[in-house]
Ligand binder design. Structure first.
Ligand code: ATP
Length: 268
């Protein structure tokens, strides 16, 4: 059954990220190598493959968190500039992540400050953009809690008191409140109960569509990839073995490894 409901992006849209011959290896075929692709504005690109195939390594390199051994990641900001992500200073790279990009971790604890209130978690990223007005920060906090279906009455509660699914919603609110142009997601529904996952996925899909987000999504779960992604890269032993439109890859896989993956032989 085909769950593909996102509008296919116009591939003539401007490039947002250009990835040229990236490699980051920890050992033979461990990590990622020879990776080339272009991400367009408004596109959701899924990176799939079994555990250990190099998905998270590639995501860390793309997100400016780990320098590649070779190759370049070029980001195209809104002002027609081009930025070589690893040629700019570390401070500038951090500012990019804070101001224009967002990162959603599998474990919400890695993306939240667990000891401060939900409202502070959301407001903090806005403050980094220069907002100081307490009333506006609080209003934005409440608004975003509603958008991710959290009770805005709980704005003063710490995430420690939230369930795992609620913490993930809060992490998403904290990330999206600054309206990032590009969001990196690493297994955003991993580690949650199946019913919690389904609701969360639905919410992510709605937000991606409403906000026109550009996303790089790492997942080992082909159902998640199918639901959210326009295009897929299939990774196997550190390399991309197949790339193309999600429907085409999942309905008519060409590479033997993708065929195995799709036939569920390798999925957990
Ligand atoms: N910091 C590191 N130091 C040494 N080896 C590493 C490091 N990070 C990853 N690796 C190795 O690189 C390979 C790819 O790991 P990576 O986490 O990128 O895969 P993955 O596809 O994201 O897997 P998973 O779905 O299990 O997270 C693995 O063999 C892993 O052990």
């Amino acid at each position: 059954m085909n769950h593909y409901t996102l509008t296919r992006p116009d591939l003539e849209r401007p490039a947002l990220l250009d990835v040229q011959d990236i490699s980051r290896l920890y050992g033979p075929d461990k990590g990622c190598q020879a990776i080339d692709f272009r991400l367009h504005t408004g596109e959701v690109l899924g990176i799939v493959g079994e555990s250990g195939s190099g998905k998270s390594t590639l995501l860390r390199v793309l997100a400016g968190l780990e320098a590649p051994n070779t190759g370049a990641v070029t980001y195209h900001p809104a002002n027609n500039q081009t930025l070589d992500v690893y040629a700019i200073s570390e401070a500038r790279r951090r500012a990019l992540l804070r101001l224009e990009w967002g990162l959603i971790h599998q474990n919400p604890r890695d993306g939240l400050r667990m000891g401060v209130s939900a409202g502070a978690n959301i407001g903090e990223r806005l403050m980094a953009l220069g907002q100081r007005h307490y009333g506006q920060l609080r209003a934005a906090g409440q608004d975003w809690m509603s958008q991710v279906e959290l009770d805005p009455e709980r704005i003063d509660d710490a995430p420690l008191t939230f369930s795992g699914g609620m913490q993930q919603r809060l992490q998403i609110a904290r990330t999206l409140v600054t309206q990032p142009r590009l969001v990196f997601m690493d297994e955003p529904t991993g580690g949650l109960d199946v019913s919690v996952q389904a609701r969360l996925l639905d919410m992510i899909r709605t937000l991606v569509r409403q906000l026109g987000l550009s996303v790089v999504l790492v997942t080992h779960d082909l159902a998640v990839a199918r639901l959210l992604s326009h295009r897929l890269l299939v990774m196997h032993r550190s390399r991309v073995v197949e790339a193309g439109l999600t429907d085409q890859i999942l309905d008519d896989p060409q590479h033997a490894y993708t065929q195995l993956l799709v036939s569920s032989v390798l999925t957990p």
